[in-house]
Design a protein around this ligand. Sequence first.
Ligand SMILES: *[C@@H]1O[C@H](CO)[C@@H](O)[C@H](O)[C@H]1NC(C)=O
Ligand SMILES: *[C@@H]1O[C@H](CO)[C@@H](O)[C@H](O)[C@H]1NC(C)=O
Ligand SMILES: *[C@@H]1O[C@H](CO)[C@@H](O)[C@H](O)[C@H]1NC(C)=O
Length: 362
Amino acid sequence: MVFKLGFLLLLGCIGCVLLFFAFVERDLQPQIPKTNLIYPQMAYKMMGKSSGDTRIIIEPSCNATFLIWIITSYAGDPSARSALRRAYTDEELQTLGIERVFLLGMLNDDAKNRTHVSQEALLDESRRFSDILQGDFLDTYRNLTLKHLMGLRWATNNCKCVKYIMKMDDDIVVNIYGILEKLHSGIIEKDSLAGYSLKNMVPVREPANKWYVSKMEYADNIYPDFVSGWLYVTSSQVANQLINYAESSHKYFWIDDVFVTGILRKLLNIKIQDINKIYTTDYRYLECCIKGKISLLKCEFLIGPNGGDAELQVRFKEFAKFCHANCFIRAENNLVGKTCVVAYKEPHLHKGAFQINSIKIL
Ligand SMILES: *[C@@H]1O[C@H](CO)[C@@H](O)[C@H](O)[C@H]1NC(C)=O
Ligand SMILES: *[C@@H]1O[C@H](CO)[C@@H](O)[C@H](O)[C@H]1NC(C)=O
Ligand SMILES: *[C@@H]1O[C@H](CO)[C@@H](O)[C@H](O)[C@H]1NC(C)=O
C-alpha cells in the first residue's frame, strides 16, 4: 500500500516536471538555429526563394465582400485562433462583410511532438471552421515572410470584390467596430499602407538575440520606414503590387513587416499612412479601456498586444461591441492614455528591430 502510494506520488512528480518542460519549450517556439554559422548559408539558400514557390496545402474559399482579414498564426498554438473565433464569430463577421483567414505553415515531427498538434488536427480545424490557409513551408520565424506573402497572394487572387485587406498577428487585440468606423468614414486611404509607422529602426546585430540579422541578410544599418506587422490595412491593388514585385525580383528578407511594408513598399513608392494614435503598445491600457465600460466611455485605442493572454481578445471585444453602440467619446483630458496608471514598461512594438531617435546635429 505504502509502496503503491509512493509510486503514484513519483509518477505525479514526473508528470509535473514533464509538463513544466513542455511549457518552457513552448515559449521557445518556433526554434531558430543557435549558431550563427548557419545564417550565411541559409541566407544564400533563401536568395532564390520567392513566395511564388509556396504550395498551398489547405485553402479556404473567399466570400468576403468588404474586408478580408488575414492573420499570421503559429500552427502549433491554436489558443489565439480559438479566442479570436469566440470573440468574433463567423456569423457576426459575415454580416459585416468580413472573412477571417489564419495563415499557417507546416510543423516538422519535432514540433508536432512538442505541441501535440498533428496535421490531422489542423485538417480537422479547417473542416470545422473553413478559415485555415496553410503553405508547404516550415512554420518558423525565419519563414514569416513566406507566410505573409502567401496571405497577400491568396487574398488578391481569391477575394475579388473586397475593398480592403487587413493583415494582423494572432497575439494582437482589435476593436473591429472601431476599425470599420474608420474605414467607412474614409479616414484610411486605400492606396497606402495604413498602420503603426516605424521610422529609423535598426537591425539587431547581437548574434545571441533571436532576432539577430547578419550583414549578409541585410547590409544597411537602418531599415526603410515600415508599418508594424501587428496590424495594417491596405487595398488589393497595393497588395498585388507588393506581391508581384516580391515574386519577380526574387528578393527575400525574413523579417516580414520590414520586408513587405518597408523594403518592397519603398521600392514601389507606396505611401505609409500613420494611424499610430489608435494603437497602444501596452496591454494594460486595454484593461483600462475595458474598465471604462461602467462609466459608458469609449476608448481611443483600437489595437494593442494581448500581453500573453489570448482571452483578453474576448473581453476587449465584449467591451468594444457594447461601447460601440452605447458609450461616449472621451474628453481630451480623460483619455485612457492620460488617466490609466501603469508602471513604465519598455514598449515592445517591434520584435526585429530597435528604434533609434534621430539626433539633430547643430
Ligand atoms: C463561402 O461560400 C461557400 C459557397 O457559397 C460556402 O460553402 C462556404 O461555407 C462559405 N465560407 C464561409 C467562410 O463563409
Ligand atoms: C515523435 O514521436 C513519435 C511517436 O511518439 C516518435 O516515433 C518520433 O521519433 C518522434 N519524433 C521526434 C522528431 O521527436
Ligand atoms: C522554411 O521552409 C522551408 C520549406 O519547408 C524549409 O526547407 C526551411 O528550412 C524553412 N526555413 C527556416 C529558416 O525555417
